[in-house]
Design a protein around this ligand. Sequence first.
Ligand SMILES: [Zn+2]
Length: 133
Amino acid sequence: MQATRRRDTAAEQLLKAELGRLNLEYDEHVSLLPGSRRKVDFVFRQRRLAVFVDGCFWHGCPVHATAPKANGAWWRDKLDANQRRDRDTDERLRDEGWTVLRFWEHEDASSSAETIRSVLSTRETAMLAGGRG
Ligand SMILES: [Zn+2]
């Protein structure tokens, strides 16, 4: 598996179908941070919501994370570095005023889409209440 993927994962495809069902519009695979290689999987620009769908193995899902036995220390370092980079990405996005949501690839796509919709509507209300938008 390549570190930089160009094709949607199965989990992303499922979530796309659910977002389409809810008529939610988004951009895909967008770099929001200068100097950061990782693209945001789903971007809702108007509400400044950034959504990631994290692979269980590469991002250390608490349910499915496994450390390969061979070269164990090397893998542990690599996977730890991935998680540190995720946290760093989140912080930088939040500094820029983005709300960040992360879902695991094992999560149910329709409930993820509902969470996204509910966060979007919260953001909408907040922006209207604040008189900005
Ligand atoms: Zn998982």
